[in-house]
Design a protein around this ligand. Structure first.
Ligand code: ATP
Ligand code: MG
Length: 348
């Protein structure tokens, strides 16, 4: 019981005893009973002590007991904390009413947060569905257009028939890529994609990818430089998935790089991980885009990205793959100056 409650409680007992002793005195006068004045005081103190004991018992055992029961039930409603236990945030408070109050406020705050989180997820889901249908619509409409032209006689026109079939084939490839990417994200998010972990030399992998994308880089006269203190840097990871990570980050550095630019890959072995940084001196990103860059379908310049065949799923897959290896990835960028992605890979 806190100070305010105690004084209210004493005041209540005092008033109750006063009422009782005045009534007794009044009744004695009414019934003409010879009642000494000091007896009124005795009755007052007697009633005071009795009512104090009685109400204290009632207050502590019955009311507080019920509040305690409700508190236990309320606590069970709290979200389970990260440690997996229901933490009692109010255990330091002695007054059950205060604890009850704090518990209700805490519960309503938690529910409010959950509600906001669910609203965010709902918006995210709507946005995601819109994006999927939009991205699939473009190649489908393209295929529809080419097929319709071929049916309308274009099939017999040697100038366009092969060309339109090739373009339709390209659109089919694009659809397959989107679906493959979505499948990978979904498997990574649900944890159904099991990693095939093995030891391999990451420097060799990077050199190999660089050779593969050399033609793409040469078109923009971008040089690819690999810096590492050792020629063999072993990591323990899923070879195929890590290849996907490098392929997307390196192809991004060229897609969003400037003519005559440079992409540098720095591989630094550390105590129990390998740190990798991939930086370019390309178009860069405004700071406001950085927190959203790893979201599915997020593209800064949709037109430019789509022109390059991008769907905005690459970085989302990259982040999921790195996190599936229990590692982290971060990005820093300055508009018109360049972008750097830093991530780690496990050694064991
Ligand atoms: P894809 O799914 O084919 O990879 P994408 O390259 O457009 O398509 P992400 O790799 O996820 O998608 O990249 C998302 C967006 O981030 C890009 O559209 C681009 O706007 C921006 N971005 C990514 N990397 C860079 C970079 N190195 N420099 C500048 N902008 C970048
Ligand atoms: Mg990409």
């Amino acid at each position: 019981m806190n100070k305010q409650n105690t004084s209210q409680f004493l005041l209540f007992c005092g008033l109750f005893s006063l009422l009782l002793s005045i009534s007794t005195w009044g009744l004695s006068i009414f019934f003409k009973f010879d009642f000494p004045v000091y007896a009124v005081f005795v009755i007052f103190f007697f009633c005071f002590a009795l009512s104090f004991l009685f109400f204290n018992f009632f207050y502590q055992k019955i009311i507080f007991g019920r509040i305690e029961n409700t508190l236990v039930k309320l606590r069970k409603l709290h979200t389970v904390t990260e440690t997996g236990t229901n933490k009692d945030y109010t255990e330091d408070m002695a007054d059950p009413l205060e604890r009850f109050n704090a518990e209700i406020i805490q519960l309503s705050n938690e529910r409010q947060r959950e509600l906001e989180h669910l609203k965010k997820l709902e918006n995210y889901r709507k946005e995601f569905l819109g994006n999927v249908s939009h991205e699939l619509k473009t190649p489908i409409f393209n295929i529809q257009g080419y097929v319709a032209t071929l049916i309308d006689g274009g099939i017999n026109d040697p100038k366009i028939n092969m060309e339109y079939l090739k373009r339709a084939d390209k659109s089919v490839d694009r659809m397959i890529n989107i679906i493959d990417d979505l499948e990978t994200i979904s498997q990574l998010e649900t944890g159904t994609l099991s990693l095939d972990l093995e030891k391999f030399n990451v420097v060799e992998m990077v050199n190999d990818i660089c050779k593969q994308i050399e033609i793409q880089a040469q078109k923009k006269n971008i040089s690819l430089n690999v810096n590492t203190p050792q020629k063999i840097v072993k990591v323990y990871a899923d070879r195929f998935r890590i290849r996907q990570v490098f392929a997307n980050l390196l192809s991004n550095s060229i897609k969003y790089g400037k003519e005559n630019g440079e992409t540098s890959i720095v591989i630094t072995p550390e105590k129990d991980k390998v740190s990798v940084s991939i930086s370019d001196n390309g178009i860069g990103l405004e700071e406001k885009h950085l927190p959203r860059i790893f979201e599915r379908f997020y593209r800064v310049d949709k037109g430019r990205s789509r022109e390059q065949g991008g769907t905005g799923l690459g970085l989302s897959i990259v982040k999921h793959i790195i996190e599936a290896h229990h590692q982290t990835i971060s990005v820093s960028s300055k508009e018109n100056e360049g972008t750097t992605f830093i991530f780690s890979l496990p050694k064991t």
